[in-house]
Design a binder for this molecule. Structure first.
Ligand code: C2E
Ligand code: MG
Ligand code: MG
Length: 586
């Protein structure tokens, strides 16, 4: 070992001029410390050396010699470049020089170092200076650390059950593919997003062990499908897998892969002495990589997988932008529905109910429309279902009821001799989730409309099996003098005997019955017979019958002959604004 007194050459501060008592104590402890440092330097497992200002080794510890695979004696006095074998590398030379000359305080780099015996190691080298003292060089073997890191990363990025890349790695690869694809190969990207049908049942009945084994077996089959094309298979969690086509040649390639996967899952699995059959639903998305982001692609795949399930499972479904647009408007509508009621974006049209024998106007059905600021006028089929789902039907229904009654009262006041019944549709949730009876009573009171001029239309399914609340509501409304009609009769249970026990005044025969009356040359005799029997029975039970969707004079005539009381449909009038009804009355 070189350096003064064979030590590492760290000297006590020599700038002290006068030695005081406390300085003396400090000098003594510094001596002791120095001794300790030297000992630590010698026994340290970290490879270290002290370098002079020109970069030659002043002192090195045995650990450095061991690490570099050379003799301790050959190290002392060697220039750093020769020691680390970096002489041929101008970049490394320059960097060392910067620290040696004090332009830089510290340098850290990772290099591959060759040993005299021909073996090599990956080392992290640091060179640092502290004040005017010699420079400290440390060399660490990071090969093992790197291997460990790689192993850790592998563990972190793979699913232990199937040994497939996990969600994290999948998203890394997907982002990569989206970023690189525009400049590479076909520039397209494909994704099969797969979910096992009925996997939960396997897990729940046979246990997680069997479930895991099944997942691993499924993973094996998926991989065999993906291997020939070099596609990535990943487990995204639970029973969800993804197959990524990084250089997709088109939709056909992705759907062919999806078909192959479904085929591969056909044969049952033999697991833990059980024969298990599984199927899968797959959402397939294939597109130009430049047009998409990983999130965009995953969202599309998620939606498409949902369609595959909804379409009947055990199949693949290809992403359809139009179907998606429809879904998006559905979501957009559902988001704005509630405020739309408050903002008063709804209007009512009225469709005449006409006496089939005399042709007189007997009533009108109120039909709601949404004047949507972006989508224009929307028919109720677009939003009533949504309003029922999110509960805003209660508020909307209350508005429809109040507005219809106000309008009907105005007509009554203007034409006291030709009273018009206003027929208002009521959704099931209005009966269940609000106090319909109290609402109706309040509205009648406020508008002054006589109860007999209000009819409420409920569907058969809404009143079927009614007990408790709905039944009480029907009775209370009936006692109030309000008429109850069963809407779209014939599409549900068509249980007339049951209806007759409810306080119902009218049946509205569904349009599909009347359709059989369309052509005189080819009447549907079954329809005619059924309708005739229905009307007859209804009359005997004391109910009046309205036919919906009367589109021609011929249909009207036949319905009249059969004995229907009123008709409603385009033959008489489309649903129209209140002014048009006022004109009819005048
Ligand atoms: P609905 O009560 O059976 O109303 C009759 C539907 O048939 C109306 O459709 C009407 O425009 C249509 N229609 C009338 N005549 C003809 C015809 O001759 N031929 C054909 N093909 N169709 C005809 P709209 O206005 O689209 O209403 C659809 C449904 O929305 C209604 O069916 C009703 O169930 C519901 N609805 C409408 N307004 C409301 C409301 O205020 N509240 C609730 N809960 N539902 C409503
Ligand atoms: Mg109706
Ligand atoms: Mg109807």
């Amino acid at each position: 070992m070189g350096g003064p007194a064979g030590g590492p050459g760290v000297e006590p501060d020599s700038t002290a001029q006068t030695i005081t008592r406390s300085d003396h104590v400090r000098a003594r402890s510094t001596d002791a410390e120095l001794h300790d440092y030297r000992a630590a330097f010698a026994v340290s497992r970290s490879a270290m050396a002290l370098l002079g200002p020109d970069g030659t080794v002043l002192a090195a510890n045995p650990a450095l010699a061991r690490l570099l695979g050379t003799e301790h004696e050959r190290i002392a006095g060697a220039p750093i470049g020769a020691l680390l074998g970096t002489d041929g590398d101008p970049h490394a030379r320059g960097a060392f020089q910067d620290v040696l000359t004090g332009r830089r305080r510290r340098l850290r780099c990772t290099r591959r170092l060759a040993r005299p015996d021909g073996s090599a190691l990956r080392a992290e080298i640091t060179l640092s200076r502290t004040g005017t003292r010699p420079l400290l060089l440390t060399v660490d073997d990071v090969g093992e650390r790197d291997t460990l890191r790689r192993e850790l990363r592998h563990l972190r990025m793979h699913d232990p059950v199937t040994r497939l890349p996990n969600r994290a790695l999948f998203f890394e690869r997907l982002s990569d593919a989206c970023a690189r694809a525009p400049q590479h190969g076909t520039g397209r990207i494909g994704l099969c997003y797969l979910d096992l049908d009925g996997f939960k049942a396997v897990n729940d009945t046979l246990g997680h062990r069997v479930g895991d084994e099944l997942l691993a077996a499924v993973a094996g089959r998926l991989q065999r499908c993906a291997e020939p094309g070099g596609h990535l298979v990943a487990r995204l969690g639970g029973d969800e897998f993804a197959l990524l086509l990084r250089d997709s040649t088109g939709t056909g390639q992705a759907t062919t892969l999806a078909t192959a996967v479904l085929d591969a899952l056909q044969a049952p699995f033999d697991i833990a002495g059980q024969r298990l059959a599984v199927s899968a639903s797959i959402g397939v998305v294939e597109r130009e990589a430049a047009d998409t982001t990983p999130t965009g692609l995953m969202q599309a795949a998620d939606t498409t997988l949902y369609w595959a399930k909804a379409d009947g499972k055990g199949r693949w479904t290809l992403f359809d932008p139009e179907r998606n647009a429809h879904l998006m408007t559905r979501q957009a509508l559902s988001r704005t529905l509630r405020q739309a009621v408050e903002r008063g974006e709804f209007v009512l049209d009225y469709q005449p109910l006409v006496a089939l024998d005399t042709g007189e106007l007997r009533g009108v059905e109120a039909l709601v429309r949404w004047e949507h600021p972006h989508f224009g006028r929307l028919s109720p089929n677009r939003f009533i279902g949504l309003a029922e789902e999110d509960g805003s039907i209660v508020q909307l229904g209350r508005w429809v009821l109040a507005e219809s009654c106000r309008q009907a009262r105005a007509w009554q006041a203007a034409h006291p001799d030709s009273p018009l019944v206003v027929s208002v549709n009521v959704a099931v949730r209005q009966v269940w989730d609000s106090d319909l009876v109290a609402d109706v009573a309040a509205i009648l009171r406020e508008t002054g409309l006589p109860p007999r001029l209000l009819q409420l239309e409920l569907t058969e399914s809404a009143v079927m099996g009614s007990a408790g609340r709905p039944l009480q509501a029907l009775h209370a409304l009936h006692e109030m003098g309000v008429r109850i009609a069963i809407d779209d009769f014939g599409t549900g249970y068509s249980n007339l005997a049951y209806m007759s026990r409810l306080p119902v005044s009218a049946l509205k025969l569904d349009g599909s019955f009347v359709q059989g009356f369309r052509s005189a040359e080819h009447p549907n005799p079954a329809d005619q017979t059924i309708v005739e029997a229905l009307v007859d029975l209804a009359h005997r039970l004391g109910l009046t019958v309205t036919a919906e969707c009367v589109e021609s004079a011929e249909q009207a005539e036949r319905l009249r002959r059969i004995g229907c009381d009123t008709g409603q449909g385009w033959h008489y009038s489309r649903p129209v604004g209140p002014a048009a009804i006022s004109a009819l009355l005048g």
